[in-house]
Design a protein around this ligand. Structure first.
Ligand code: TAP
Length: 478
């Protein structure tokens, strides 16, 4: 029987049948955790319990690592790249076929608007599998020498903001390069990773090549410190990233870290302002601002600041907050009570430090976790809201007079993940892209992702790249 029975519906309110409880996916099977412990996954839009999910302890992590090692030694490692590609193409096709169901499940478990999970997350998820399937038999031509070799078992830990997409970013390149994986999804969003486990079964992927173990931070810690892991890949907070770097230091594990950000979205006076306003809205309110590369600091040139703010507020008044499964929803639920508390703490600090908050009038549902889209003006660079990652729908506005000042302010952060530039002047785009200390710089757009492009940070935003040809390097002995 299918894990998630999909009842076709005439519109986006398709129904997914979620099982009351889930085991761990180890060696191709769903198994009970050794000590029987479990936790609950909650729908953040109404606080209803979606399912009970197993919590993996040391013995379960050991079992998953053993299964992954066996699969690596006996099946996946020796398998010709062209054969591995067939499995990856099959997985990519199954994701595409089941994308409607997966999008609904993602929105239920994460709180993101269905139009985003349906039109952004899921198409990207299958595209990463299609893209890396194409590399599996061409690794000798990827520019890493004539015979690059896989590393072994990859231990992968991902966050809750793009659950299935982060899984794709991790698993697709790892498998294409010939590694096997043990992946831990975030505690608050395990359901699509478990659906992916079912897809691996459907694709008849050999047992042990992909193992999904659910649990809290401790499970992640046990996984990344396991001596059997040849590679550790982590996406999450800079704080946990630091702990992992320490745990891995002095071992022969290869490490990649994708951490936090505090991106500047810079609007020059000559920009197409209506277009820029759309980019500002997309930059900070997409996925409720739960985006590591969110444009959370708007730097706007002084001469147009008033006009941009006026247009921005008018546009924010049209944003609809509410039911993530409603196709018209722009702002969904905050993923958890903890995250909501963090957002409230930082916005309270913003007001206490003297910045002015503004939000459009909007009805906040009675149950669930919600935060109205908010813009802060009167922000100075020293304010916490200008320095710390809020990871919520909150924009801090700062102004600048000269291009040099814009770059200096944009770079005045320990992070270096992304930045945006809005100008009609091509030479200024090229100049800014060189001057900005960020792994990704978007010009006249924001939050654009593509399987062929490398993504990753500088400074405290981490190291290593995911996506594109560069993304292969993290999973190869080059
Ligand atoms: P974290 O607390 O860092 O959690 C990320 C993942 O690590 C989760 O699966 C978490 O498990 C697990 N984890 C927690 N403690 C661990 C430990 N000591 N050892 C190993 N794994 C551990 O981040 P979060 O609060 O879920 O996500 C928000 C943060 O992630 C933001 O700062 C954001 O910038 C960052 N983020 C960055 C990116 C990129 S691409 N750079 C993408 C998304 C998010 P639990 O879920 O059970 O705690």
């Amino acid at each position: 029987m299918s894990l998630f029975e999909y009842a076709p519906a005439p519109e986006s309110r398709a129904i997914v049948d979620i099982k009351p409880s889930y085991g761990l996916f180890i060696d191709g099977e769903f198994v009970d955790p050794s000590d029987g412990s479990a936790f609950k996954s909650v729908n953040p839009a109404n606080e209803e319990i979606l399912a009970e999910v197993s919590s993996a302890g040391q013995a379960d992590v050991d079992a998953a690592m053993t299964a992954a090692r066996r699969a690596y030694d006996k099946v996946w490692g020796p398998m010709p790249g062209a054969e591995r590609a067939k499995y990856l193409f099959r997985i990519a096709r199954l994701i595409a076929e089941r994308s409607r169901e997966l999008a609904v499940l993602e929105s239920l478990d994460n709180g993101k608007p269905i139009k985003e999970s349906r039109d952004v997350d899921l198409p990207l998820v299958s595209s990463y599998f299609f893209y890396y399937a194409g590399w599996a038999d061409k690794l000798a031509h990827a520019g890493f020498g004539p015979a690059p070799r896989p590393l072994g078992v990859a231990a992968q830990v991902i966050p809750w903001n793009f659950p299935l997409l982060m899984l794709a970013w991790k698993i697709a390149p790892a498998l294409a390069c010939g590694n096997t994986v043990v992946l831990k999804p975030a505690e608050t969003t395990p359901l699509t990773a478990l659906a992916f486990a079912e897809i691996c079964q459907q694709a008849e992927l050999p047992p042990g090549v992909v193992n999904i173990i659910t649990g809290a931070g401790e499970t992640g810690q046990t996984l990344v410190s396991h001596p059997g892991a040849a590679k550790v890949a982590f996406t999450g907070s800079t704080q946990v990233g630091r702990q992992i770097a320490k745990a891995v230091a002095g071992t022969d594990k290869k490490l990649t870290l994708e951490l936090g950000g505090k991106a500047a979205n810079i609007v020059f006076a000559d920009a197409a302002l209506d277009q820029a306003v759309e980019g500002i809205v997309n930059g900070i309110f997409f996925n409720q601002g739960h985006v590591c590369c969110a444009g959370s600091r708007l730097l706007v040139q002084e001469s147009v600041a008033e006009e941009v703010l006026e247009k921005l507020k008018r546009r924010m008044e049209t944003l609809r907050l509410g039911d993530p499964l409603d196709k018209n929803t722009d702002i969904g639920a905050i993923n958890s009570a903890e995250q909501l508390a963090r957002i409230k703490d930082l916005t309270a600090a913003g007001s206490a430090e003297g910045a002015q908050a503004w939000s459009p009038a909007c009805d906040i549902p009675e149950s669930g976790f919600w935060f109205a889209p908010t813009v802060f003006t009167g922000v100075s660079q020293a304010h916490r809201i200008a320095r710390e990652e809020i990871f919520g729908p909150v924009l801090s506005v700062l102004t600048f007079r000269t291009p040099d000042e814009a770059i200096a302010k944009a770079n005045n952060t320990p992070y270096g993940l992304s930045a945006g530039v809005w100008t009609e002047k091509g030479s200024r785009i090229l100049w800014a892209a060189t001057e900005l200390k960020a792994g990704v710089v978007w010009a006249n757009t924001f939050n654009k992702f593509d399987a062929t492009s490398p993504f990753g940070g500088l400074k405290e935003s981490g190291y290593g790249r995911e996506g594109g040809r560069h993304g292969l390097e993290a999973y190869l002995d080059v």
